[in-house]
Design a protein around this ligand. Structure first.
Ligand code: TXA
Ligand code: MG
Length: 357
């Protein structure tokens, strides 16, 4: 069923409208510091059903419950381990989701039948104000169509969900640009299920020993036999329609691949990487006077990892808009925020050409 979608700036009126829609079992898209979320009141079966329907999301993929500062976790989490308290103190509000034993107020529809629940307290002022002002815990997956890159602008949400959501609150581009770190605190040793802006190093510094779900370390998209602990991590995500080859080969090699590709009719070629990487490759191509009809998608300066993270999902969407059939992507160093960047970039890829394993 198609409905009218209103794209609205954030105002007292639009926030009040969002609160009213939540109470009526409706869904609303809103900005968070990571990506835009598609929210519903966590206690509304109708709202939850609408989320899965609008996203086309498999029902075994559970939702994150979003709370505001000062809101009690009573009934949401069944138990709050000591280590979770440390992390809340240090990283909430912020881009960190924690897995708890589920509380008795959590509907089975939220957790996809699991006996644990994911909870996060976003730091984006609009998300905070929205949850605070309606006083309700809000479940919110990323506000994209299932399988597409997560939305980092209100425009991205509109691209995917126009006619499927009554209200999108426009709070401008998201500052982090990658989904929250997910850490499971239900076991002995905390385990990272999804890397994000709160890095392994930051968690170790706060807690001591931390492990990483082996499915994350193996970069799940190519190792299908390892089952990730966060159900959503098993799906191929973000993939552009064209072939995306992630590589750490030197610019000269990539330039020679491109020269070969250009002989093939009908290929629309692209490059996705840092400004420096794009320049190096283009310099090599210029030397041999090759035509430069290659779409360059610039993620920003290589050392500015935050900028690169914030630009990545938009870049993947632009690759489709431009109709690229084949593109090369830069392999970034998998350290600090680079781990989360590469987790998403590799998930989007169809092939990797690595010298270093
Ligand atoms: O940054 C974010 O977390 C964004 C914004 C909107 O807050 N939300 C988001 O939600 O990324 P979503 O639904 O796109 O991703 C949630 C992930 C999925 O991979 C899901 O499988 C996992 O969290 N998850 C949810 N509940 C879980 C649970 N109880 N145990 C393990 N994984 C869980
Ligand atoms: Mg998602």
């Amino acid at each position: 069923m198609m409905i009218e979608t209103v794209l609205s700036p954030v105002s007292p009126e639009s926030l009040a409208m969002a609160g009213k829609l939540f109470r009526e079992g409706q869904i609303v898209a809103f900005p968070t510091e990571t990506v835009y979320g598609l929210g519903a009141w966590a206690m509304s079966r109708e709202g939850i059903r609408r989320i899965y329907e609008a996203k086309g999301r498999p029902s075994d993929n559970p939702l994150i419950v979003h709370v505001a500062p000062g809101m009690s976790l009573e009934g949401l989490a069944g138990e709050i381990p000591e280590k979770a308290k440390i992390l809340m103190e240090k990283f909430w509000p912020g881009p960190l989701t924690m897995i708890f034993p589920k509380g008795d107020r959590i509907l089975p529809e939220v957790t996809g039948g699991l006996d644990t629940v994911a909870i996060r307290m976003p730091s984006h002022p609009v998300a905070m104000k929205l949850i605070e002002s309606c006083g309700l815990p809000i479940v919110a997956p990323s506000a994209n169509t299932s399988g597409r890159p997560s939305p980092t602008t209100a425009q991205h949400v509109l691209e995917d969900l126009s006619g499927k959501v009554p209200l999108i609150l426009d709070g401008g581009p998201c500052s982090v640009g990658l989904e929250s770190t997910i850490v499971d605190l239900t076991g002995e040793v905390p385990m990272i299920l999804r890397p994000g802006a709160i890095t392994e190093e930051m968690l170790q510094e706060a807690l001591g020993e931390v492990t990483v779900d082996p499915a994350v370390a193996a970069a799940v998209s190519l190792a299908k036999d390892i089952k990730p602990k966060a159900p959503g991590m098993k799906y191929r995500h973000y993939a552009p329609k064209g072939r995306l080859i992630i590589t750490d080969y030197p610019a000269g090699d990539i330039a020679s691949w491109i020269r070969e590709d250009e002989k093939l009719p009908g290929e629309k070629l692209g490059l996705i990487g840092s400004s420096e990487w794009l320049d190096e490759i283009m310099n090599h191509l210029a030397e041999s006077h090759e035509d430069q009809n290659i779409c360059r998608i610039d993620l920003g300066k290589r050392e500015d990892k935050q900028q690169i993270a914030a630009a990545l999902f938009d870049a993947l969407r632009r690759a489709d808009e431009t109709g690229l059939t084949k593109m090369y992507g830069e392999a970034f160093a998998r350290e600090d925020l680079g781990e989360a960047i590469m987790n998403r970039f590799l998930k989007a890829s169809s092939e990797r050409r690595f010298i270093k394993r």
